[in-house]
Design a protein around this ligand. Structure first.
Ligand code: ZN
Length: 447
C-alpha cells in the first residue's frame, strides 16, 4: 500500500508533486504534439516545480475539443502499461462532437487509486451495493464507466440500470421502472447517477411503493445541483424510509476524475494530489490568483500517459483552500464552491444573467416538480426581434396550476430581473427521464 498523500506534511507532498511535474514535462517534450508546439518559446528548464508552473501557458478547453488527438502522449518507447489504451471516455461540450479522453493502463490504475480515496473520503466501503443509474449514452461516458471503477477500487458490488434513449437496435436499454426494481432487488445502499435522474427515480419509487429502505446515500453528479434540490432529495429519501439520507455531491470532470466531500455540503478534496494539481488563475494573465480568491479553475495532470493536459481551463469558477480540512484534517487542495460554470452565463435582453441563481431558486420551490428555462426570440423567424424568457413548469401533483405559475414568474423576476412567460406542462414533456440529464436551460437564439 502506498502512503496516503493526503496525510503527508505539505512540504513532502510538494516535493513529490515537483518531481512528477518535471517528469510529466519531460514526457510532453518528447511526445506531446500540442505542448511541443505551444511551449516552443517557453524556458522549460526554469520549471522545476509547482512554484514555477505559472511559466507554462494556459490550455484553453477549446483547443482540446478541436484537436483531441494532439493531446495524446506519443512515446513509443514507454513500457506497455504506459502506452496501451485501456479505455476511452468522452467529454461532451455544449456543441460539437463528444471529445475523446484516452486512458492507458497506467491511467486506469491511477483512477483506481483516485476512486479508492474518493470512497474512503465519502465513506463508501466493501459492504456497499452501488446502483449505477447512469444512462448508456451515444459516446462512452466517464461517469458510467467509472461507477464500476469506484466499486472495484473499494471492494463494493455494483449493478447497472442501463437507462437512456436507445442508441443501438439491440433492445438493451431499459425504462426507469427497471432502475427502481434494481435498487429493490439488490438492496442497493448507494444510488449513483445524474442528479435529476436520481431524483426522478426517488419520485418513481414513491409512486410505485418500492422498498428503498436499504438506500443510505445518493451520490450525484453531472449537473449543477443546489442546496434546495439536495434538501428535496433528502425529503424524498426520508419519506421512502431510506436507511440514510446522505447526499454526496460529486464534483469533477471527465478530464480530471471525481473529487470527494468528506461531509455533506463541504468543500471538494482532490483525492490524489500526486496525480493532479489544481490552481485558480486569472485567464487573461495566466497567473495564479492569491489563495482564497475566486477565479478560473486550471488542472494539471502530474502523472498521466494517455491524454495529458497542463494548466487546462476547465471552464468553472471556484476558489481553492490548501490548509488542512477543518473537518477531517486531510491535506492537498480543496475546491471551494459555489461552482459557476462560465459557459452557462447568458445575456438576456441585454443583461448578463447567472442562470445558476435562477436554477437554484426554482429547484428550491417545493411546488415545482420539473422545469425548464428557455431563451428565444419573440419572433423566432426574426433574428433581430426581442429576447423572450420562457419558463416551462410541471407543478407537483395536486398543486393549483395558476398559483404555481404566478409564483414561478415572481421568483424568476426577483432572482434575475427578467419577467418570464410561464407555461404549465406535463413533467414528461419537460424531462422524460431518458435523456442523460434534464436540460434546465435552452438558448434557442441564433448568435
Ligand atoms: Zn475533509
Amino acid at each position: 500500500m502506498i502512503p496516503d498523500s493526503l496525510r503527508l506534511p505539505h512540504e513532502q507532498l510538494r516535493r513529490i508533486q515537483d518531481a512528477k511535474l518535471r517528469h510529466m514535462i519531460a514526457l510532453c517534450r518528447r511526445g506531446h504534439p500540442w505542448y511541443r508546439e505551444a511551449w516552443k518559446d517557453v524556458d522549460l528548464d526554469a520549471v522545476q516545480g509547482i512554484a514555477d508552473i505559472w511559466r507554462l501557458p494556459l490550455t484553453p478547453k477549446r483547443a482540446m475539443m478541436e484537436t483531441p488527438q494532439q493531446f495524446r502522449l506519443d512515446c513509443p518507447d514507454l513500457p506497455v502499461p504506459e502506452r496501451a489504451i485501456w479505455e476511452v471516455v468522452h467529454t461532451t461540450g455544449s456543441s460539437g462532437d463528444p471529445t475523446p479522453i484516452y486512458n492507458t493502463t497506467w491511467d486506469y490504475h491511477g483512477y483506481l487509486l483516485l476512486n479508492r480515496r474518493v470512497a474512503e473520503i465519502a465513506g463508501i466501503g466493501d459492504r456497499d451495493v452501488i446502483a449505477n443509474l447512469f444512462p448508456l449514452t451515444a459516446a462512452s461516458m466517464g461517469a458510467f464507466i467509472r461507477s464500476a471503477t469506484l466499486a472495484y477500487s473499494c471492494g463494493a458490488s455494483v449493478a447497472a440500470s442501463l437507462g437512456g434513449a436507445p442508441v443501438a437496435p439491440f433492445g438493451i436499454q431499459k425504462p426507469m421502472e427497471e432502475a427502481v426494481r434494481l435498487v429493490e432487488r439488490h438492496r442497493a445502499t448507494v444510488l449513483l447517477g445524474v442528479t435529476s435522474f436520481v431524483r426522478r427515480v426517488l419520485i418513481r419509487a414513491q409512486e410505485l411503493g418500492a422498498d428503498f429502505r436499504s438506500v443510505r446515500m445518493a451520490a450525484v453528479t453531472g449537473e449543477a445541483s443546489t442546496p434546495g434540490l439536495r434538501d428535496d432529495m433528502r425529503r424524498l429519501m426520508r419519506e421512502l424510509g431510506c436507511a440514510g439520507t446522505i447526499i454526496f455531491d460529486r464534483y469533477g470532470s471527465t478530464e480530471s476524475g471525481g473529487l470527494a466531500q468528506c461531509r455533506e455540503e463541504a468543500d471538494w478534496h482532490n483525492p490524489t494530489p500526486e496525480l493532479l494539481y489544481h490552481e485558480v488563475v486569472d485567464p487573461e494573465t495566466g497567473r495564479p490568483m492569491p489563495e482564497g480568491e475566486r477565479g478560473h479553475l486550471a488542472i494539471t495532470h502530474l502523472d498521466r500517459r494517455g491524454t495529458v493536459l497542463m494548466r487546462y481551463l476547465v471552464g468553472d469558477i471556484v476558489s481553492i483552500a490548501r490548509d488542512p480540512c477543518p473537518h477531517c484534517g486531510r491535506g492537498g487542495e480543496r475546491l471551494v464552491g459555489p461552482v459557476v460554470r462560465t459557459k452557462d452565463l447568458l445575456k438576456v435582453k441585454g443583461m448578463l444573467i447567472n442562470p445558476t441563481a435562477l436554477l437554484q431558486r426554482l429547484q428550491a420551490m417545493p411546488a415545482v416538480e420539473e422545469f425548464q428555462v428557455v431563451v428565444d426570440r419573440t419572433d423566432p423567424a426574426d433574428p433581430f426581434s426581442m429576447d423572450e424568457l420562457f419558463v416551462r413548469v410541471a407543478p407537483r401533483g395536486g398543486m393549483p396550476q395558476d398559483e404555481v405559475a404566478q409564483d414561478v414568474a415572481a421568483a424568476t423576476q426577483a432572482t434575475i430581473g427578467v419577467r418570464p412567460r410561464v407555461t404549465v406542462e406535463d413533467r414528461h414533456a419537460i424531462y422524460d427521464g431518458q435523456q442523460a440529464k434534464a436540460v434546465r436551460f435552452v438558448d434557442r437564439r441564433t448568435h
